[in-house]
Write a protein of this length. Structure first.
Length: 226
């Protein structure tokens, strides 16, 4: 990342690995690596951060297996600071997974679309140690479109909220949409020193009638700052 005053611009690398027999009928290992753009604006009262890893649909060469994994990601996060203790944020993210079988020209697709709002209470200073509490409510939308026979067409039910031009006037304009959920998250973060922090997070996801059960999980992690 290169900083120029209040602006920042840089590049990032995203890697994804797949190993399963679901998409191609037999065990297959695929990897996808993307170079993306990272952009930010930092003001006294707010921060804006954007990362973008574009979709790319390659036609495999002669030496390939004609099976392709393609992943794209877009994330926008806006933080607004009320004072040293209270802040809130808006978080929007899109993550799409495409599996192409170039031999038969068929593709499978999964997508996760999030719109989240969070409240942060924190930074209780004590010898450079602080505790931060985050409360987050996210609306999540799941996309899925399997055995699509037009893998290289746009607006074919795969990606961009599942829009499907072929079925627009047939009663199914968003054929790639599967289900939605409400995700509640409570996170606690504690700074240990200038370079190290720990965090704990509880996530509860309430699904709609498109799925058969809710989800709950606990996350514990360690992070570094330099």
């Amino acid at each position: 990342i290169y900083h120029l005053g209040k602006y920042s611009l840089g590049i990032g690398v995203m890697g994804n690995h797949y190993r399963s027999s679901f998409n191609f009928g037999k065990l297959k290992s695929l990897s996808d690596y993307k170079i993306g753009i990272v952009f930010g604006i930092k003001e006294e009262k707010y921060n804006i951060n954007l990362s973008f890893y574009p979709r790319f649909i390659p036609r495999d060469g002669e030496s390939s297996s004609n099976k392709t994994l393609d992943v794209d990601k877009v994330k926008i996060k806006i933080d607004y600071f009320i004072d040293k203790v209270i802040s809130y944020y808006l978080n929007i993210s899109i993550l799409d997974y495409y599996f192409f079988d170039h031999d038969t020209e068929v593709s499978n697709y999964w997508g996760i679309y999030d719109i989240g709002f969070g409240l942060i209470l924190g930074r209780f200073d004590d010898d450079k140690k602080y505790l931060t509490l985050t409360f987050d409510l996210t609306e999540r939308f799941y996309m899925r479109n399997l055995n699509n026979e037009k893998p290289y067409s746009y607006i074919n039910g795969q990606g961009w909220f599942g829009a499907d031009a072929d079925n627009w006037f047939k009663g199914d304009p968003f054929s790639g949409y599967r289900s939605s959920s409400h995700v509640l998250t409570v996170k606690g973060e504690e700074r240990i020193n200038d370079y190290l922090f720990i965090y704990q997070k509880i996530i509860y996801e309430m699904v709609d009638r498109g799925e058969d059960h809710d989800e709950i999980c606990f996350v514990f992690g360690v992070g570094g700052i330099y």
